[in-house]
Every structure is written in C-alpha cells, then in structure tokens.
Design a protein around this ligand. Structure first.
Ligand SMILES: N[C@@H](CCC(=O)N[C@@H](CS)C(=O)NCC(=O)O)C(=O)O
Length: 224
C-alpha cells in the first residue's frame, strides 16, 4: 500500500486544542492522513516534538518532505490543496469574514484559553469562570450568532455551521465548543438566544468530533 501523502503530528487528544483543528478539518474534508502522536506534559515532550518538528510545537504536517507548523497554516494548506472541498466560503466577502474570525481565534481569547484549557472528556462545571474568560466567551457567543445570522443561515443547504457548510472557521472554533461544554458555561447568561447552543450541537455531533473524543478517552485510560 502506498504511504499516505500527509502525516499529521498531534498531541494528546484530551488537551491539544491546536491539534484538534487541522485533524478535524482533514477528517471533514475526507483527506486521508497518518497520525503521529506525541505525549504532552511530560519531561521528554519537548525533545519528542523537536525530533519531529523544528517549531517544538504540535500540530505539524509532514507533506512532500516539508514540515508545515502551526494549526492555521496547516488548515490554509489543506484548503489550498483541495479547493473543491470549499474549506473557505466561496463568496469573497464571506471568505474575508471567515478569515478574520479564524485569525481572531488564533491570536486572541487568551483568558478563555488560560482559564478553561481544553479537556475534552472532562466535566468541570464552574471551574475557570473568571471575569476575563467569561468576557471572551461572551464575545464568542456574539460572534457565532452574528456569523450564523449573516452567513450560515443564508447559505442554500445550510448545515448549521458558521458559514453554512463546514469551513476552516468551524475547525478553528471546535476547541472552544468543547471548552464551553467542559466548563458548563451558562450560554443564555452570556446572551445566547439558542444559536450558540445549536451551533455547539452541530459541531459536537460530527462523527469526526465523536471519534476525537472517543480516542481522547481511550488515550487517557491507557495512562492510568
Ligand atoms: N500557534 C501554534 C501553537 C501550537 C501549540 O502551542 N501547541 C502546544 C500544544 S497544544 C505545544 O506543542 N506545546 C509544547 C509542549 O507542550 O511541550 C499552532 O497554532 O499550532
């Protein structure tokens, strides 16, 4: 059998929010890839990652002898290589807004990340509910509502995602979906009119998201 064209290096599925993004995008796009796992939060983690990727961070994508680091760069690369999968919205204005939302996630929401780190299989209601993290969550809820109303719902054949069908923007926000669930964030208290709840349901019930969570549970079980 021919070696797969793509190898994705990822961290622990329970924790590695950055790894989830390109993994989910590639699964959603139907792009076959091999997974290489590196265990995080261990003394040898840095050296293990550095042996595979010069950034010393996961995720990284091996493709044609190159190592592409950074979750957003990997998502961009996959979107570029498979234009027929429409991993960015087709309309230029929607695409610009999707890129801005993805970049906002990539470089922002520091308090949400710090105080509610991804823990896919855990249930920690009430933990990490700092004022700053909840302010980030409130912004996310408003953004999702805005995108669903202005773009997602307008798309013919809307599948419940931010821009109708699954795009890079949904891959970027998937770890936030898991965080809001893990930490039991009260969505109506943040201004949700049901849009964020429905969006979270659309993401959580994706077969690939279910697989990721099942893999995370299996990995954590092996550690005990
Ligand atoms: N901006 C990078 C950040 C990647 C990142 O910070 N990855 C963390 C894990 S989720 C990491 O590799 N940490 C190294 C370590 O834990 O030793 C991206 O988008 O891929």
């Amino acid at each position: 059998m021919a070696a797969p064209e793509f190898t994705l290096i990822i961290g622990d599925k329970n924790w590695s929010s950055w790894s989830l993004r390109p993994w989910l995008l590639m699964r959603q796009a139907g792009v076959p890839f091999e997974e290489v796992h590196v265990r995080l939060r261990r003394p040898e983690s840095k050296a293990d990652i550095l042996a595979l990727s010069p950034t010393g961070l996961v995720p990284a994508l091996k493709w044609r002898g190159e190592t592409i680091g950074d979750s957003l760069a990997i998502c961009e690369t996959i979107a570029d290589l498979f234009p027929e999968r429409k991993l960015w919205p087709r309309d230029a204005l929607a695409r610009a807004v999707a890129r801005a939302a993805s970049a906002e996630m990539h470089s922002g929401f520091g308090a949400l990340r710090r105080d509610m780190p991804m823990a896919v299989i855990e249930h920690l209601p009430g933990e990490g509910h700092t004022e700053e993290a909840l302010a980030d969550a409130r912004r996310v809820v408003r953004l999702w509502r805005d995108l669903r109303f202005r773009f997602g719902r307008q798309m013919p054949g809307d599948q419940g995602f931010l821009f109708g069908h699954f795009t890079v923007a949904d891959a970027m926000y998937a770890p936030v979906v898991t965080r809001l669930r893990t930490y039991g964030v009260d969505l109506p208290a943040l201004g949700d009119d049901g849009t964020a709840r429905a969006y979270m349901e659309a993401v959580t019930t994706l077969p690939a998201m279910r697989d990721w969570a099942a893999d995370a549970a299996a990995e954590e079980k092996l550690k005990t």
